[in-house]
Design a protein. Structure first.
Length: 364
């Protein structure tokens, strides 16, 4: 058993190996490391973790929760700081964390705008400063210190040198932006509630379910009430919080650009889709994915992909899924956030706390 975080750590039963498949998954491929949950911690009753980021320069884990931000040192796994509105955070309800090339930590909040932090100093951004909206869901950075912010009313391009905000809305396939990614060609990919947009220089492209995003609704799930066409008051956050199983393959909640410029997006009910050589291909529970609502995507140093879903987390090596859920030691099955540490460990944020996954000692 590894040392626990100083945040109400739970002691886990021995040998919570993630080799066994959950939710219809398969065993790890031959030669793949066998992962296990080595520790987990709560962040408080009724509080869930929506965002995680690892700051490699300081070996720090930043945890965004529905009640503020935690700064955790990974060297000693100790809580360094907690941040709320009284410290400078725009709002305690944190949905996104980004770390820019200048070392600033960005926190996107629900209805509170964006906060930026470094060395004890805070900046707060609202629409009056040029921010597209108060609801912030994603961050990404292009080359030349160009930062992108995804909101519920379009996206902002931020020049980090001048802090000039430029808003894009009509150019997008849908204004509700949940995911951002930048590929090696410096193209920006936007996951929205109506599909995917891509900006290449000055040229925009877009795709939705009609173009192949999202697996068919084989489970006959009811349609999602979130369609990207309603009003803000209609848009029901309880769908996110509860994770009710429904279907809207155009609702892209997560985006990831891999080193080969294959684009991966997580959909609401349609599993995960990848864009390669002009074609969208889909992976769902029928293929071994843990769940068809995909909240988060990450890739580890071995090249394997990790998908956080409404039924646990999946590791995909390109051929085989290995799935694990609360029966394997996760605090909860709704995996909203994933962060890969420099040592290869995986940190996951759920509705019920945080867990650290690591290769089992006998598989290293």
């Amino acid at each position: 058993m590894s040392r626990g975080l100083r945040l109400a750590p739970w002691l886990l039963p021995a040998s919570l190996s993630l080799l066994s498949a959950c939710g219809g998954g398969q065993d790890a491929g031959v030669g793949d490391p066998v992962y296990e949950v080595v520790e987990r911690f709560e962040v408080g009753s009724g509080i869930y973790v929506r965002a995680l980021a690892i700051e490699e320069a300081t070996n720090t884990l930043w945890v965004g929760t529905s009640m503020g931000v935690m700064e955790i040192g990974l060297d000693d796994q100790a809580l360094r700081n907690t941040f709320t509105r009284q410290h400078g955070l725009a709002n305690e309800y944190v949905f996104a964390i980004g770390i820019d090339s200048q070392g600033y930590k960005w926190f996107g909040t629900n209805a509170g705008g964006a906060s930026r932090y470094t060395d004890g100093e805070w900046d707060v951004f609202f629409p009056m400063h040029g921010l597209a909206d108060y609801w912030i869901y994603a961050f990404a950075e292009q080359r030349d210190a160009v930062y992108w912010v995804g909101t519920w009313d379009g996206a902002n391009r931020v020049d980090l040198k001048t802090m000039e905000f430029t808003k894009y809305k009509e150019e997008l396939i849908n204004e509700w932006v949940y995911g951002l990614a930048v590929d090696s060609k410096n193209r920006v990919w936007f996951g929205t509630e109506g599909g995917v947009s891509m900006l290449d220089g000055d040229t925009w492209s877009e795709w939705n379910h009609d173009d192949g995003i999202g697996a068919p609704n084989d489970a006959a799930l009811p349609p999602s009430t979130n369609t990207g066409l309603g009003t803000r008051t209609r848009h029901d956050l309880s769908v996110l919080m509860g994770g009710q199983e429904s279907y809207n393959p155009n609702y892209v909640f997560a985006t990831h650009a891999d080193p080969e410029d294959v684009i991966w997006v997580g959909t609401w009910g349609g599993g995960v889709s990848r864009y390669e050589e002009g074609e969208w291909l889909n992976l769902s529970m029928a293929d071994g994915l843990a769940g068809n609502i995909v909240y988060s995507i990450a890739q580890d140093d071995s090249g394997a992909y990790w998908f956080g879903t409404n039924r646990g987390i999946s590791r995909y090596d390109g051929d085989t899924f290995t799935n694990f859920d609360s029966a394997d030691g996760l605090p909860g099955n709704h995996v909203y956030a994933i962060a890969v540490a420099g040592d290869g460990d995986l940190w996951v944020g759920t509705r019920d706390g945080v867990a650290r996954l690591a290769p089992a000692a006998d598989s290293e």
